[in-house]
Design a protein around this ligand. Sequence first.
Ligand code: G3H
Ligand code: 13P
Ligand code: ZN
Length: 338
Amino acid sequence: MPLIPMRVMLDHAAENGYGVGAFNVNNMEQIQAIMMAATETNSPVIVQASRGARSYSQDNYLRHLMLAAAELNPQIPMAMHQDHGNSPETCFSAIDQGFTSVMMDGSLEADGKTPASYEYNVDVTKQVVDKAHALGVTVEAEIGCLGGIEDGHGAGLSGDEAQEHLTDPEEAERFVKDTGCDALAVAIGTSHGAYKFTKKPTGDVLKMDLIADIHRRLPDTHLVMHGSSSVPRELLDIINQYGGDMKESYGVPVEAIQEGIKHGVRKINVDTDNRLAITGAIRKVFAEQPEKFDPRDYMKPARIAMAEVVKARMIAFGQAGWADKVPVVSLDEMAKRY
Ligand code: G3H
Ligand code: 13P
Ligand code: ZN
């Protein structure tokens, strides 16, 4: 099956009340892990690449790997998405590379760190919407800024600062009218990476009630949850058992995401959980079989470990079982619909 616009998938998810996991990739094994999970569960898939992933893997490799995945799995609808495009140019180059969906993250300036003004966000997002929609490509935008103080990701906002940059529902409503984006990432207290919360999050730090309010105002806009890894204790334990050094941490409980799905969340971004699964599996081989040196001896278990996580999320988000029911709509057809 050719890659389809992400909008088609999210519309189908909205009509049928489920969410779709969007999993980040940097290499062949991660793409294969997602496809293994998708074929086992009959799930539509969103594969996404950050700017860092595109530069690490090189666009041409990535494009051909995605085409291989589509060719080998004709029964699985797939969308290829640019995660956190920092500028219209990044989004346009993704479209040139065959991505069927782009995120213009104008919540931050082009440096990917400084919180941007509302006007800047509308301006860059609108530029992308105009060009992308003419080609049938889906656009995700973001209003409000995620928290997070690790890895140099995002604005580096600490807990209190992040609370100040949560999505304002009224502004979200205006933003969608001003830009015409298809999907909207909202800031509700999550952050990227492994260290999101120091204890199991409650409503004072993970603001799921904001989702319901935004959905009431924007019933036709697909909401996106970033920073949605659950950081399962068992994955941290495996890493630490085999020589790693992960601190105690809590992610976004799967039940909270399921609650969000009831209130308009259609795309759920997960990267960290897969990174943890891969790292734990590789460490285990290195620790238990130090004589091994063929990369396949540790990449195979790593791929299986990621596929298990992806499979569990596909089932939990409700996308399992829907692959053969998502309509196949071409980019050209989609362009005519806009
Ligand atoms: O946006 C966050 C994703 O986990 C991608 O991370 O920029 O390190 O590839 P990355
Ligand atoms: P996690 O770090 O929680 O997996 O979030 C990934 C993400 O939001 C990618 O855009
Ligand atoms: Zn993100």
